[in-house]
Design a binder for this molecule. Structure first.
Ligand code: NAP
Length: 373
């Protein structure tokens, strides 16, 4: 019998990418799915390939939720906080799959990324685990990229600098970036048409616009276009951002490493003005010295989505860019070389779509694992 699945948060950024993937992979036909909402109760649900999915149910109605075998939520932490424990208190024993961070470090939850921790997921299900949470986007993308090195116990520690897309801050930031790009372009568009205009004059108009919150009237907060923001998520009050702390904790939790086996991961997380791909630059200290061709084959053989771009100028500029990866499941790796720090240090640059492997795809795959049980 098909499992009853309640989908909450299906029209948000992550939820709609997930729903599109489910349609593309024909997952919906394997489920008895109901769509829930926090704000549009009674409205029509989605119509997909001429199939209507009924009216939207109330996502706070515990009596409706309790009927579900699986609840899949991309609604956010506030929703999880309000609903999850109340549902448990009512004796619900179904499976909870969640895109939000609220339960990630909870002891009852497993962070899911099955190309990396399939065995741990299966073992946890056998041991009665019912709560499965998607990882932080940069952590999942890092593990997809470097999974082979982790599997072979080759990593001693990593320093990672991230270049994170605006979609990670929510859909409003994609709009904000595009509007800012328009404002900046409009401010100099007549000058750009002139042949003899000084580029410094154009640059000074743009720079004063970016610096002056008053003249840059559209937004109160820091501009994203022509800028970057070296802080993501809240303050951990130890000089690190919450995003930076997640790298260490979530990676070791996903890999199910014991305290004495933990890999040290330090990071500097930066928001940049790309749309949906996160890039990361890794400085990795290896546990032993091995040659680069062996490293590359370990990285490539870990999963079918990793691809390696040759470490030369042409290939890197042509292929190792966020725009080449956007909207695909590719995990691109490049700039692989020994660091000047010594032969046990390598550098790697990787790029992945943060809405796919960074958010929705691990959840879709987890749902598929559960419906096969
Ligand atoms: P989002 O786009 O803001 O959507 C969240 C909810 O907002 C929707 O499910 C919808 O709920 C409501 N909503 C209100 N107006 C809407 C509109 N005009 N269009 C679409 N939805 C509207 O949130 P999100 O970025 O997908 O994030 C969801 C969760 O995933 C968060 O916990 C986030 O931290 C996590 N996450 C996000 C990313 C990312 O890249 N954005 C990555 C990994 C994890 P109703 O239908 O109930 O009104």
């Amino acid at each position: 019998m098909k499992k009853k699945v309640g989908f909450v948060g299906w029209r948000g950024l992550v939820g709609s990418v997930l729903l599109n993937r489910m349609i593309f992979k024909k997952d919906l036909s394997k489920l008895n799915i109901k769509f829930f909402t926090t704000s549009q109760v009674g409205h029509n649900g989605p119509k997909i390939n001429n199939t209507k999915f009924g009216i939207l149910e109330n996502a706070y109605d515990l009596q409706k939720l309790i009927e579900m075998d699986i609840i899949l939520t991309c609604q956010g932490s506030e929703y999880t906080k309000k609903v999850y424990f109340n549902l448990k208190k009512l004796g619900w024993t179904g499976f909870w799959i969640d895109a939000s961070s609220y339960l990630r470090m909870h002891k009852s939850a497993i962070i899911v990324l099955d190309p990396v921790n399939y065995n741990f997921i299966m073992q946890s299900i056998e041991n009665g685990c019912r709560t499965f949470v998607g990882g932080n986007c940069t952590v999942s993308l890092m593990l997809m990229a470097l999974g082979g090195l982790f599997d072979n116990n080759l990593i001693k520690r990593i320093f990672v600098s991230t270049y994170q897309a605006v979609s990670g801050a929510g859909s409003s930031y994609i709009k904000k970036l595009l509007l800012e790009m328009g404002v900046l372009h409009n401010s100099v568009k007549d000058d750009l048409k002139k042949n003899n205009i000084s580029i410094l004059k154009i640059e000074s108009v743009i720079t004063s616009l970016l610096k002056s919150r008053n003249s840059f009237r559209l937004f109160n907060d820091t501009p994203l276009a022509g800028n970057l923001i070296p802080w993501i998520d809240s303050d951990n009050n130890d000089g690190k951002s919450k995003e930076e702390v997640k790298g260490q904790f979530e990676t070791n939790k996903i890999l199910n490493l014991k305290t004495d086996e933990e890999v040290i991961i330090d990071s500097m997380c930066v928001r940049i003005s790309t749309f949906r791909c996160h890039s990361q630059s890794f400085l990795i200290e290896l546990n032993k010295i091995i040659n680069l061709s062996e490293i590359k084959s370990i990285l490539l053989n870990h999963n079918k989505w990793t691809e390696i771009v040759d470490n030369d100028k042409y290939s890197t500029i042509r292929y190792l860019t966020p725009s080449m990866v956007s909207g695909t499941l590719k995990i691109l790796l490049g700039r692989i070389r020994f660091s000047s720090f010594g032969k046990s240090y390598i550098t790697v640059f990787s790029i992945g779509d943060q809405l796919l492997w960074g958010a929705s795809e691990p959840l879709r795959r987890m749902l598929n694992i559960l419906i096969k049980l």
